[in-house]
Each structure stands twice: as C-alpha cells, then as structure tokens.
Design a protein around this ligand. Structure first.
Ligand SMILES: Nc1nc2c(c(=O)[nH]1)N[C@H]1C(S)=C(S)[C@@H](COP(=O)(O)OP(=O)(O)OC[C@H]3O[C@@H](n4cnc5c(=O)[nH]c(N)nc54)[C@H](O)[C@@H]3O)O[C@H]1N2
Ligand SMILES: Nc1nc2c(c(=O)[nH]1)N[C@H]1C(S)=C(S)[C@@H](COP(=O)(O)OP(=O)(O)OC[C@H]3O[C@@H](n4cnc5c(=O)[nH]c(N)nc54)[C@H](O)[C@@H]3O)O[C@H]1N2
Ligand code: SF4
Ligand SMILES: [Mo]
Length: 692
C-alpha cells in the first residue's frame, strides 16, 4: 500500500442511482479526500452531501465484517460467527431442501433498488437455480414507465437532458434531492441558466419550483387526471403536432373523443390545480419544442400507474416530443452484452408462465415479482408455496408496502439469508447474514440496464475489511453450489469483462475511458416505424383486449376512496440525506437529518393543535407512526408529506431497531393493488394526524 496520497477516478454509487464522477484521494488503503471530478460526464464537478459522506460507510465500527448464523430464535439478536464455507453451504443445503420439496420456485431471490452489476448476477443465479421468482421493488420503481413505454411506443422514453429543451416539466421528480436515475440535476441546472423554461408538478413547492414559470400543486394520486386534462386542452385547441399525429400515431380520434370529458374544470375538481394553471401549463408544454417530461416516482406509486404513464406518453407523442433531442428519447446502449444474455434468460424459457405474478395476470414483459404477490405466496401459498429467500441490497421491512404483513411473511419463511453492509431490521430476522464489500471496495459497472444509453466505470479504490465480499463474488460462489458450476467463473471479476466484451474493451480500458455511451441517433422510427404491432405510437392500445389492458388512459377514482375518518391526504418523498432506508447510521448524514419530518401546512396543523417541531402521530386505516411535525407553507393545506425509510439503528436489536416507530410503510397496505404491475398505493392515502 502506498503511503503517498493517490488520486483515483471512479463514480459515486449506492447512495442513489449513482452517476457523479469522483476524484478520490487514497492513502494506506484509506479514503482521505473526495471531490467531484470537473471532467465528469454527467456532473461536471458536482457532488451532494451523500456522495462526500459515502467513504464513511467503510469504517463504521458496527459494520458487518463476518458471516453470521442465527444462534437463538428469529429476531432475538443472538449470532454465531461462522466461516464463508459454512455460510454458503448452509444456504445451499437449505435451498436444495426446499427445491426437493416444493420445486425451485419455492425459493425467491429478492433485491431492492438496483445498485450495480450484482443486480443482474442475482437474476442469473435465480435463472440457473431454476426459480422464476426474482422479487424486486420495480412495481413502484421504473417498471411501470419502462414496460408501459414498450407497449405504447416500443421503448422507454427518458427525458433527454443532454440536449437543450425549450421546456422541462418536472412531473413528481424532486431532482435536486434525488438525482433521479443518476441524470444529475446539474445538467438541468445548466439548461435553466441558459433559459430553458421549467414547470413543476408536485404537491410541495420543491426547491426548483422557485425557478419555475408554473408550479402546479397537485392533490397526490391524481396525476392521471391532470395529464388527461392537458390532453384535453391540447387537442381542443389544436396545439398538437399534426404531422406527427397523422403519420406516426394510431387511435388519435378515439383518444380525442375520450378526453373530451376531461375539461380543465372537471380536472381541477379532482386535482385541486386551478383551471387557468391547467390550461396555461398544457399550452406551454405543447408550444415549446422540444420539451421534456422528467417524471418521478409518484407516477408509479399508486394503483393507477398504468393510466398515468399511458396518458403522459400520449402527451409526449401528440406534441412531437418522442425521440427528438431535448425531448423524451429512446437511448441506444453502447455495444455491450445484452441483459438477457447476461442473465441467461434462455435457460428458463417458461419463466413468464411459472412466476408467481403469472397467476395475477400482470402486464406482459414484467419479469420480476411484485413484493405484494411474493408476500401472498409466502403467507397464503397463493399460487404456490414460497418457503425460502435470498435477500440482497434490500430492506423489505422498511421498503415494502404493509410493513406488518412483511414482518409476518419474513417470520413465516422456513429459511432466509440476507447480504448486507450493516445489521438492519430485515437482516436481524434472517437465518444467515453475509457481510458485503461496499462501493469503493470492488470493481463495478454503473447504469447497466438503466436504459439511459451509457455505462459508467466504478473501479475499486480500497480493499474491503476483514471478511467482506462483493455481492458478485458471493453470488458466484453460491451459484457454484446450487447450479451447474460451468455457468460460473473461476474469478467473479470475469463478469465485468463479459459485459464489455462486445465493445472490444477490457475492464481496465473501460476504466481509463470512464464511461461508454451508445450512438446518438434520434427519430429512429423514421426507418421502419415504432416497435409496436401497428408500427406507430399506440394512443389506443391495439393489444389491449389480448392482454386484458384498458385501451385508453382514464381517471376513474382516487387511489383510495375519500373517507371522512381520514380527511387528510398522505404522500411521501425521499430525504435528500439518505437513500431509502439506508445510512441512518452515518453520523455525518444523521447530523443533518436527525429525525423523520412530516411536512404540514400551518393551517392544517392549527386545526389539529400541532406545533412546529413536536412529535405528531400520523395514522391511516392500516397503522400509525410518529414523525416530527415540520410546518411549512410549501405544502398545500390538507396534505401531509412524510419521510420514507426511517428506523433507528441506535435503538438496538431488542426493539428490532424500532422498525415500526416512524416507518412510512406501516401506513400503507397491499389490499388494493394496481392490476398491471401489482403496485400498491404509497402516495395519495387517506390519513389523519394528532398530537403525540
Ligand atoms: N413508502 C414508500 N416505500 C417505498 C418508496 C417510497 O417512496 N415510499 N420507494 C420505493 C423505491 S423507489 C425503491 S427503489 C425501494 C428501495 O428499497 P430498498 O432497496 O429495500 O431500500 P434501500 O434502503 O435502498 O436498500 C436496502 C439495503 O441495501 C443495503 N446495501 C447498500 N449497499 C449494498 C450492497 O452493495 N450490497 C448489499 N447486499 N446491500 C447493500 C443497505 O444497507 C440497505 O439496508 O423502496 C420502495 N419503497
Ligand atoms: N436522496 C435520495 N435520492 C434518491 C433516492 C433516495 O431514497 N434518496 N432514491 C432513488 C430511487 S430508487 C428513486 S426511484 C428516485 C426517486 O426520485 P423521485 O422521483 O424524485 O422521488 P420522490 O422523492 O419519491 O418523489 C418526488 C416528488 O414527488 C412529489 N410527490 C409526492 N406525491 C406526489 C403525487 O401524487 N404527484 C406528484 N406529481 N408529485 C408527488 C414529492 O413531493 C417529491 O417532491 O430517487 C433516487 N434517488
Ligand atoms: S448526487 Fe448521487 S451520484 Fe452524485 S454525489 Fe450525490 S449520491 Fe452520489
Ligand atoms: Mo426506486
């Protein structure tokens, strides 16, 4: 190890979707400095507080550094240190036992937010083991927009912030806090400086609302109605791109007839957005060319997600903003290994028919199982029993809707293993806990499979401590034990080379380049049409009947019926200081955000006798939690915005780290699910508040 300070280039990761290029100063196998790389492809020197705090993950005294086996009853917090050999054999034996009794599908492979190449190695492991059940948070994160996109226009339309847009709509995307999809907000900030107009659609006046020409403070859970209102105005006023509509869309007349009823007056009643704002915003979006819609989680965190996304893509299409620079584009990947080849999808040809979700008739192409359906299988054996799980990069007790039910499901499993950096409420219930190497401690590739047309190099900077292994290595070694060993590598790093091989680069050459971007080609539909059955953008879905989908996007009701017992509307958002449930144990971040904050308008707070900074009980039909009241005029009266992901690492294992004290998902449930994706309501829920 070198005693002199060395600067290494890598990309930030596992603090959000990642993306900022970093310069990391290392001495004696320890990170001493960290700063944004001014040459960074996406960030041009920018970093956020999470990025600069990220090396602190490596040296926390409570970090997991040895494989552990449960020594007493589940959740009692008693562990025995075991070797890697013992840990992997124990998992393999348990999985084989379940496989013999219930079939391979009785073992589920659960993963949270995609964090790196490990995500795809896990899917490969499931395929090779023979289980069709990869359980992922995609029901509330990206699958709805990706898959609805493929059905509607043949691709996933991502906001192109690399080219100038005349107008950007931030539709439920708090990009200065979440850096959604690693499309660093600095690219948008640069455009705003250069005169790009901004419209924000968010129940809160977020930071960027101050730079917006219009801020539409929408009632949570009504985005489909608002998008339909935009379509109404644009079609009634002939503001659409007639050429494009005529040549490249199918079902325009049906859509036009259908949206007649969504007048700004009607939509205003539903969304609480004033009619003038609806008209004004729709006109501005239609007239600005090109315009991009940067959409965020709210469009896919309620049961109507399919309709919301369909309506938004119709909007992009009729205004001629699909696949044009500065619009919403079909980004081409660089020449790298396809995902399906990487995960060996060919080895499980019946996956679609065999997976748990097939029973629930989800939308074709959704290849992961929604957590709510996984829990049903565990708890009720529907459609068949699931008895064991491997959980990686996830904290289901915090991140799945209906936390008490998640607790029951985990307790009901015969066996489960968790790979983690730190003991979490979920890991604390496991039978085996595996200590993982964190970011900076292994070679990785970023943004593979994210659909943005580039991949980023995340080379290793320091060695991991003690017995920590990268997930890829763990999966590679487990794979050899539970599936044909010839599909696994001698050295797990070969997976990186496999991904890059078609590009002709080795991993070290890729690291020198820093990133790899696909060819920039726009309007690809001009040769050969859109990749849909009609070759056009399907404003009316031609396959609707075949796939049991609704042909035209609509608004039928709120995600939850109004209920006078729960008169306020609850929504949620991510804290800028944390990633979901992660890192409450990092002092630097915890100092910035010591408690979960619930944002409430002063008038609403007064009605309930609540003052700023005091504990407030938030309760819904499904449960109650406590957060700290934060009174602000930046949220509309009648709406409560609570933080998601809170547990208390300092509370200790006896209380399971107070997993149920402030956890947003105690307030959500899986009773009502969107049919297409199995999506629960995480936003737009009836609630009430009271003084603690
Ligand atoms: N109510 C509500 N629920 C939500 C959301 C919401 O907005 N509101 N958001 C949803 C969304 S968008 C998502 S993506 C999910 C996210 O849900 P999760 O992915 O479950 O949540 P995270 O906290 O990102 O990650 C879980 C764990 O991964 C661990 N971890 C970090 N790095 C590594 C690693 O390299 N290897 C391993 N093995 N573990 C690692 C962390 O320590 C953490 O405990 O939550 C969803 N749930
Ligand atoms: N700091 C941080 N960054 C993250 C994450 C994190 O946990 N923390 N998670 C990462 C992940 S996995 C994801 S998927 C992305 C998500 O990134 P975002 O999509 O930005 O996620 P959210 O914070 O859930 O929601 C964004 C905004 O939607 C608003 N909102 C709430 N309800 C509604 C509604 O019904 N309609 C509309 N129009 N707006 C509403 C909220 O007020 C919030 O400002 O962020 C990624 N980046
Ligand atoms: S914005 Fe995201 S990628 Fe950039 S430094 Fe922060 S956590 Fe890392
Ligand atoms: Mo997500």
């Amino acid at each position: 190890m070198s005693r002199t300070l060395q600067w290494v280039k890598t990309h930030c990761a596992r603090m959000d979707h990642g993306g900022c290029a970093l310069l990391v100063g290392v001495r004696d196998n320890r990170i001493i400095h960290i700063k944004g790389d001014p040459e960074g492809f996406l960030n041009k020197g920018y970093t956020c507080i999470k990025g600069t705090a990220s090396p602190d993950r490596l040296h926390h005294p409570d970090r997991l550094v040895h494989p552990l086996k449960r020594a007493e009853k589940r959740g009692e917090g008693k562990w025995k240190r075991i070797s890697w050999e013992e840990a992997l054999n124990e998992i393999a034996e348990n999985f084989e036992k379940i496989k013999t009794q219930y079939g391979a599908r009785g073992v589920a492979f659960c993963v949270g937010m995609p964090k790196g190449l490990d995500h795809f190695v896990l899917i490969r492991l499931a395929n090779l083991f023979g289980s069709p059940n990869v359980v992922a948070s995609q029901d509330v994160c990206h699958a709805p927009r990706e898959i609805t996109g493929i059905h509607t226009c043949g691709f996933y339309p991502v906001a192109d912030l690399h080219y100038p847009s005349r107008l950007v709509v931030l539709w439920g995307s708090n990009i200065t806090s979440t850096n959604e999809e690693g499309e660093i907000c600095s690219m948008l900030m640069k455009q705003l400086k250069e005169g790009t107009e901004l419209i924000v659609i968010d129940p809160r006046r977020i930071d960027l609302a101050r730079k917006a020409s219009l801020s539409l403070q929408i009632r949570p859970g009504t985005d489909n109605a608002l998008a339909l209102g935009f379509l109404h105005v644009i079609i009634e006023e002939f503001l659409y791109d007639r050429d494009f509509v005529e040549k490249w869309t199918s079902g325009f007349n049906d859509l036009a007839d259908h949206v007649k009823k969504y007048t700004p007056e009607m939509v205003s009643q539903i969304t609480r957005v004033p009619t003038d704002f609806i008209r004004d915003a729709a006109r501005r979006y239609a007239r600005a060319k090109p315009a991009a819609i940067q959409w965020g989680n709210p469009i896919e965190q309620n049961v109507h997600t399919f309709h919301t996304i369909r309506a938004l893509i119709c909007l992009m299409a009729i205004c001629g903003n699909l696949d044009v620079p500065g619009g919403n584009v079909d980004a081409s990947d660089p020449k790298i290994l396809s995902l399906s080849s990487f995960v060996r999808a060919d080895l499980l040809p019946d996956k679609r028919k065999e997976m748990i979700s097939a029973h629930h008739h989800v939308i074709p192409r959704l290849m992961t199982v929604a957590p709510s359906y996984f829990k049903k299988a565990v708890l009720e054996g529907i459609p068949y029993p699931v008895k064991a799980a491997y959980i990686m990069c996830a904290n289901p007790l915090l991140s799945y809707a209906g936390s008490r039910q998640t607790y029951d499901a985990l307790m009901n499993l015969d066996f489960f293993a968790v790979a983690e950096i730190f003991m979490t409420p979920t890991a604390a219930l496991a039978d085996i806990v595996l200590p993982v190497a964190s970011h900076f401690e292994f070679d990785d590739i970023g943004h593979y499979g994210l659909g943005h047309g580039y991949i980023l190099a995340r080379p290793k900077v320091v060695d991991p401590p003690e017995e920590c292994w990268p997930d890829i290595k763990i999966l590679n070694e487990l794979g050899k034990r539970v599936s044909p060993p010839e599909y696994w590598h001698e050295d797990h790093r070969q997976f990186l080379e496999d991904v890059l091989k078609p590009s002709g680069l080795s991993y070290s050459q890729f690291v020198d380049a820093g990133y790899l971007k696909g060819a920039e080609r726009f309007k690809k539909y001009e040769d050969g049409g859109f990749v849909t059955p009609t070759g056009k953008v399907e404003l009316r879905l031609i396959t609707a009947e075949k796939f049991n989908l609704t042909p035209l996007p609509g608004f039928t009701q709120f995600p939850e019926e109004d209920d006078p017992e729960y008169p306020l509307v609850l929504t949620g958002s991510k804290s800028r200081y944390y990633l979901h449930s992660s890192y409450r144990w990092l002092e630097k971040l915890r100092k910035r955000s010591p408690h979960p904050k619930a944002e409430i308008h002063p008038e609403t707070a007064e009605e309930y006798g609540i003052t700023d900074g005091e504990e407030v009980i938030i309760d819904t039909r499904y449960g109650a939690i406590t957060q700290m009241a934060h009174l602000t005029e930046d949220i509309c009266p009648g709406i409560v915005n609570a933080e998601h992901g809170w547990w208390y690492p300092e509370a200790g294992s006896a209380s399971l780290y107070e997993w149920d004290r402030a956890n947003f998902n105690i307030l959500t449930s899986t009773h009502n699910l969107g049919r297409e994706f199995g999506t629960p309501n995480l936003k737009g829920i009836g609630c009430r508040i009271s003084k603690k």
